[in-house]
Design a protein around this ligand. Structure first.
Ligand code: NAD
Ligand code: MG
Length: 397
């Protein structure tokens, strides 16, 4: 084997869709990787089952109310794994000595603190938690340069772009790159008109044609907010200007994104829609390892299609570009309003089409402030959440 010591990997969000794909790749390479820390929100049963299988040093349940139950389960199973809980434990695990690699796979703003901690501590940061970059792009870049670590995107599009840019130079602002072409599946409602989307249920919105994902990102894919968040993510991860990032609808989800250079060359990364490819790439980079993913069969696919996004029906994409143009805390407001509106939609308390309306109203109601400190960001996030609740109560309850 050409590598050295076994990499110690902390998986924050271990019980989720990304977490289980990560553990699948890790299990294929016991000589290279060890899951040393596993963290989840509230699901003690699922976390304990993962501990029995992977025997980490530390298991963290974010909700402190469940720590005693987790500790009891670990003890009964005779495991050496310690139990911990709460935000401080997550932050310490992301930055402490139990891991050299952190997979940031918590969903939403809840992942911000541990993602920043891993960056500040100079870890290899494998980033799925796009909401953290959307909220805190410049603060995350500062933390990374202070810590001296590496960030490798796991979002399939950004992982593709990373692979299409020169090694170790994730910089689209260098003058060589003309455009980043960010592909989007179009979600389950591609081709539908607004009128056809009025009565959409949470289960319909979560039935993505190509990917099996958590419910929040599945709704984001259905509204195209996922692509909006990814535009902002690309702006920070690749030092790209907003006008360099173009969204291309590609229903097959085979071309994961493309980079166009000034000489006319366009480089793309292709593969089956399976997050284990991005995870294996990011875990082993710059090596290549088996991901357990089926080979791409181009003859079976035969055709790849590309379309212009329908911005009139799926308004969240333009709302994200607008927040990026405003700058400062506006993307954090966009993200917070989206999280609150999507949670209400998933609870059956908000119509599908109202998600965009609520976010637009929140962006208008909350003034953008300069993004200078983490405190300013947290204040903006809380203000936006409060304001979004108020908007929803006025208009829809
Ligand atoms: P998921 O809902 O399947 O899993 C979320 C994980 O986060 C779970 O382990 C859960 O226990 C944990 N979690 C939730 N709230 C938490 C809290 N308050 N504190 C601590 N842990 C908490 O979601 P997912 O689909 O795996 O997505 C995770 C992240 O990865 C999201 O930011 C998403 O946008 C991003 N992402 C996912 C995919 C995908 O294919 N699933 C692709 C690209 C990016
Ligand atoms: Mg993506």
């Amino acid at each position: 084997m050409k590598h050295g010591a076994v990499k110690q990997v902390a998986i924050l969000g271990a019980t989720g869709s990304i977490g289980s794909s990560a553990l699948d790749v890790i299990a294929r390479h016991p000589g290279r990787f060890r899951a040393s820390v596993l963290a989840a929100h509230r699901s003690v049963d699922e976390l304990a089952a993962l501990c029995i299988r992977f025997r980490p040093e530390l298991a963290i349940i974010a909700d402190p109310a469940h720590e005693a139950a987790l500790a009891a389960r670990l003890l009964t199973a005779g495991l050496p794994t310690r139990a911990a809980s709460g935000a401080v434990a997550l932050r310490e695990a992301a930055s402490g000595g139990l891991c050299d690699t952190v997979i940031a796979a918590i969903v939403g703003a809840a992942g911000l603190d541990s993602t920043l901690a891993a960056a500040r501590a100079g870890k290899r940061l494998l980033l799925a938690n796009k909401e953290a970059v959307v909220m805190a792009g410049p603060l995350l870049l500062d933390a990374l340069s202070a810590g001296g670590g590496t960030i490798i995107p796991l979002d399939s599009e950004h992982n593709a772009i990373f692979q299409c840019l020169p090694d170790g130079r994730p910089n689209a602002g260098s003058g060589d790159v003309r455009r980043i072409l960010l592909t989007a599946s179009g979600g389950p409602f591609r081709g539908r008109q607004r009128d056809e989307l009025r009565a959409i249920t949470p289960d319909q919105a979560c039935a993505h044609p190509n990917w099996r994902m958590g419910r929040k990102i599945s709704v984001d894919s259905a509204t195209l907010m996922n692509k909006g968040l990814e535009v902002i993510e690309a702006r920070w991860l690749f030092n790209a200007r907003a006008d360099q990032i173009e969204v291309v609808v590609h229903p097959q989800s085979i071309v994961h994104s493309l980079v166009e250079y000034t000489d006319g060359s366009v480089l793309a990364q292709l593969g089956n829609p399976d997050m284990r490819t991005a995870l294996a790439h990011a875990l082993a980079w710059p090596d290549r390892i088996d991901a357990g993913v089926a080979p791409l069969d181009l003859f079976k696919l035969a055709t790849l299609n590309f379309e212009v996004p329908d911005r009139a029906t799926f308004r969240c994409l333009d709302l994200a570009y607008a927040a990026l143009a405003t700058g400062g805390t506006a993307p954090a407001t966009l993200n917070a309003a989206n999280e609150v509106a999507v949670a209400a939609f998933l609870d059956g308390a908000l119509p599908f089409l109202a998600i965009a309306e609520v976010i637009e109203a929140a962006l208008a109601a909350v003034p953008a402030e300069p993004l200078t400190t983490l405190e300013a960001l947290i204040y903006a996030d809380l203000t936006a959440r409060r304001e979004t609740q108020r908007i929803m109560q006025r208009a829809f309850c």
